[in-house]
Each structure stands twice: as structure tokens, then as C-alpha cells.
Design a binder for this molecule. Structure first.
Ligand code: BES
Ligand code: MN
Ligand code: MN
Length: 465
């Protein structure tokens, strides 16, 4: 009966669900680029409207030091549990623009081999507007059919892609308003459309920018070349030394607090379906690369990393200019695993990086945002409710999976509000989040809308004990 109701509702309204999402995707809410600040604010307003229309009794746009948080609630009974839905309405910059097959903020629907029912191509389609909007439409269904079994609150932020800087203060200042029994987020992925999975862990993050200065001005690379420290050469060497021949990170103390996953757990992880051949093929690489002693899924989930995200300096324009630059720069991210602390790691990095600089250069290390890792417990009511929801709509038990990405707010939720988070992601790794041609399968979008109401139902039932 319930199943029929949801499926009929989705069948009847799916075109509208898709069109509403397309309208939201047309707004370029790029939080990293201040040229788009007005668009980010417009997007917050659009999200508030959507929450109102879906059936929230109260909505508001809450100012923060940065972009606003959109809040909405429908509270039906103080004796029932409260689910807090978190998502983000901001998106990553679309660059490099020339690699998009259609403009990032002019959504189009195209079929792909993994999405034979079509996928919506636009920046934010999967991360996170599409996944956030599934929750709005799931609420719409539950309210329209008088099927909301518990209280619900929404907190949709606009600064996730730039590190959620204002959110710690926001949580501290609104503890009562945000009070909940469980937090529900769709901002991760699943293994495949026929292999549902629930994300049980996120990596933390320490992100730094480094600057290496050589001579006080750019120099002729013939007159001075060979006799002065070239900051680009030096920086490259310094970066190369951060991994040893086994691809272990060489920063002293970096691994001190790393939680070594037990052999049992590693054996459990190894049972999850994963094809190295398909992995290589999808990325067009002839071989994988990484820390000795660990499998590819371990390397991208339970092990910490250090990666250069950008590097620049000197002449990069057309043709050749003979020059030794005065400065070189790099942006470096370190993904962290349980018990590693982002501030501590940033300090270790800075000390080490300064210590390996040759005398002839000056080095500056500036920290950007960071975030703590997170792991959740499969014995919790929240996990069980989510697993049951997937079993109902996919006909299969979901596989628990620790992912390599980060959502720093999740650890903050636990610290400040004392709440655990359930991560029900419906995107695929191949959906190209943060890349050109990001997309979200329409099947995945509708499957999310179908599965979410069951989470509410089972969570409420299981909470009654
Ligand atoms: N939704 C992603 C995180 C994610 C994606 C986790 C897929 C797991 C699977 C989120 O929007 C994101 O991009 N986070 C950033 C961190 C943030 C501090 C900029 C990240 O992981 O790089
Ligand atoms: Mn996201
Ligand atoms: Mn993202």
C-alpha cells in the first residue's frame, strides 16, 4: 500500500520533479567566487520557497558571517523523533569551462551508458542540489499523503564547497533550533545502481597553500640560470620528497595517530564488489598508483593522503619566455583518517616543509580549511533504518562503505549537537562531481525520493523500540 502510494506519486509528478531541479540548477551558486555572491543568495531564497511549497510550517533564511543557512521545519509531535536533513545549495566553480559539452548552468538531459534513463548535466546536479532536492520532494510526498511519521528540520547551507567556515558558530548559536535525534545527509555516493551502499565513514581534511620565494625579482634564465635557487625547481623537489619510494608520506609524525584497520575489517572491505580493470578503464589509466601494502579501495578510503591540487609560478602563457620566477606556489590537501587531527597535521606539515627548504629560499605555509574525519556505527537505529529503507526499494541489503571524500560538518554535528549522521548517497563516482560535465541520473534522483520516506518510517518505528 505504502509502496504503491510512493511509486504512484513519483510516476505522476516525476516530470515536475525534474523540471524543478533544472530550475534550481540554472542558478550559478558558486560560493568560491565572489562575482556570484548575488546568485548564491538568490539560490538560498529559491531553496526556502521550495521548502515552503513542500510543506514546511516554518522556514527562514538565517544570516551567518558568510552565506546564509536555509532553515525549514515541520514539527508534528514533541514525543516523536526529529530528523535533521542537511545539504548544501552552493556548488564548485565550473572551470575548466572549455571541457563542458553543454554550459554548466544550462542543464540538459542526456543518456549515458550508466544512466540509460537519462541524466541531468549541470554543475551541482549531483553535488549537492540534486541530492538535497530529493529530500525536499520526499517531504512533499509525505506531507501530501499525510505520511510524515515524525518531526523534520532542514538545514541547507551555502558554504560547504569552501569549507563551511561560518557553520561552527552557527551550530553553537542555534543548538536548540537544530536539536534532533538523527541527521540525514545525501551528499555522498553509492557503489552502483544495482549495488546500493551506505557511507559509514568520511575522511578528514587539512588543506594548505605554500609559497616559495627565491630571488627578489624574476630573472633572465640565461644570465642567472644555474647560479640562483629557482623556486619552481626547489618547490618541485620539496613536493617530490613528501612521499618515499613506497608512497608513504614522509612528514615526521604524520601516521602517529592513524587508526590501523583490523585484518577482519579489511577482509570484510575486500568482499565489496570492485573491479580494478573497470576502475582503470573508466579513468583511462594503465595502472593504479599509491601506498605500498594497500589495495585501491583501501587507498581511497581508510588511508591518509597528500596531494597537490594546484601548482603555479613563472611563465605559463603562449610560447616560451626565458625566466626564473621569483616565486612558486602550490595548494596541497591531506585527507585524514580517524584520530588524525587536522590542526595537528597542518602544524606537522608546516614544520616539516620549512625544515626541508634549502637555505636559498624563503617558505610560507598558509592553512586553509580543515575538517575532522568521521565514522559511524552499523549497530545504530539510524543505520538499521537506512539499511531497511534500501532493502525495501532496491531489494538488496546495502553494503557499508567508507568513502574518501570529506564533509567536515558531520564531525561538528557530533561535537556540538551530539548527533550521529546517516549518509544516504545516491550518486555514482562517475557522475563527475567537481569536474566538467557533472551529472545526476534521473533514475538515481527518483530512487532517492522513493527511498527517503522509508527511512523516516523505519527510523520512527525502530525508535519506539
Ligand atoms: N559532497 C562532497 C563530499 C563527498 C563526495 C564525499 C562524494 C563522499 C563522496 C562535498 O561537497 C565536498 O566536495 N567536500 C569537499 C570538502 C570541503 C571542505 C571543500 C571535499 O571532499 O573535497
Ligand atoms: Mn557535496
Ligand atoms: Mn563538493
Amino acid at each position: 500500500m505504502y509502496m504503491e502510494e510512493i511509486n504512484n506519486y513519483i510516476q505522476q509528478h516525476k516530470d515536475r520533479f525534474v523540471n524543478e531541479l533544472i530550475d534550481l540548477l540554472k542558478l550559478p551558486s558558486i560560493s568560491a567566487d565572489s562575482a556570484f555572491s548575488q546568485d548564491v543568495i538568490e539560490t538560498a531564497k529559491a531553496v526556502e520557497q521550495a521548502l515552503k511549497q513542500a510543506g514546511c510550517d516554518h522556514t527562514e533564511i538565517c544570516e551567518t558571517k558568510g552565506y546564509p543557512v536555509v532553515y525549514g521545519e515541520k514539527l508534528i509531535d514533541p514525543n516523536l523523533p526529529t530528523v535533521l536533513v542537511y545539504g548544501h545549495y552552493d556548488v564548485q566553480p565550473p572551470d575548466p569551462m572549455e571541457l563542458w559539452e553543454s554550459p554548466p548552468f544550462e542543464p540538459v538531459i542526456k543518456e549515458t551508458s550508466l544512466h540509460p534513463d537519462g541524466a541531468i548535466f549541470a554543475r551541482g546536479a549531483c553535488d549537492d542540489k540534486g541530492q538535497m532536492y530529493m529530500h525536499v520532494k520526499a517531504l512533499e510526498f509525505m506531507v501530501a499523503h499525510n505520511q510524515l511519521p515524525c518531526n523534520v528540520k532542514f538545514m541547507i547551507e551555502g558554504e560547504e564547497e569552501v569549507g563551511s567556515d561560518s557553520l561552527a558558530d552557527f551550530l553553537e548559536g542555534h543548538k536548540d533550533k537544530l536539536k534532533n535525534d538523527i541527521i540525514l545527509i545525501s551528499d555522498t555516493g553509492m557503489m552502483a545502481n544495482d549495488v546500493p551502499s551506505i557511507t559509514t565513514g568520511l575522511r578528514g581534511l587539512s588543506y594548505v597553500e605554500v609559497e616559495v620565494t627565491g630571488p627578489n625579482r624574476d630573472l633572465h634564465s640565461g644570465i642567472y640560470g644555474g647560479a640562483v635557487p629557482n623556486p619552481i625547481n626547489v618547490l618541485s623537489k620539496m613536493i617530490a620528497s613528501l612521499h618515499d619510494e613506497n608512497n608513504h608520506i614522509t612528514i615526521p609524525g604524520f601516521y602517529d595517530k592513524v587508526e590501523e584497520v583490523s585484518d577482519e575489517e579489511r577482509a570484510e572491505m575486500a568482499k565489496a564488489p570492485f573491479s580494478i580493470e573497470e576502475y582503470k578503464k573508466a579513468l583511462d589509466i594503465n595502472d593504479v598508483y599509491g601506498e605500498k601494502g594497500y589495495t585501491t579501495p583501501e587507498r581511497y578510503s581508510i588511508r591518509p593522503t597528500l596531494d597537490v591540487n594546484g601548482i603555479w609560478g613563472g611563465y605559463t602563457g603562449e610560447g616560451a619566455k626565458t625566466v626564473i620566477a621569483s616565486k612558486a606556489y602550490a595548494k596541497i590537501s591531506m585527507r585524514l583518517v580517524p584520530h588524525q587531527d587536522p590542526d595537528e597535521i597542518t602544524d606537522l606539515f608546516a614544520k616539516h616543509f620549512e625544515s626541508i627548504a634549502p637555505k636559498g629560499v624563503k617558505v610560507k605555509v598558509a592553512p586553509h580549511h580543515g575538517g575532522l574525519p568521521y565514522v559511524t556505527n552499523m549497530d545504530s537505529t539510524g543505520y538499521k533504518a537506512a539499511a531497511k529503507a534500501y532493502e525495501t526499494t532496491f531489494g538488496q541489503t546495502p553494503i557499508p562503505e567508507r568513502t574518501g571524500g570529506s564533509i567536515p560538518i558531520v564531525a561538528l554535528f557530533e561535537q556540538v549537537l551530539g548527533s550521529k549522521t546517516i549518509l544516504m548517497g545516491f550518486g555514482l563516482d562517475s557522475d563527475a562531481i567537481h569536474s566538467p560535465n557533472e551529472h545526476f541520473g534521473i533514475w538515481n534522483y527518483l530512487k532517492g525520493i522513493e527511498t527517503i520516506p522509508y527511512f523516516y518510517k523505519y527510523y520512527t518505528e525502530l525508535s519506539k523500540g
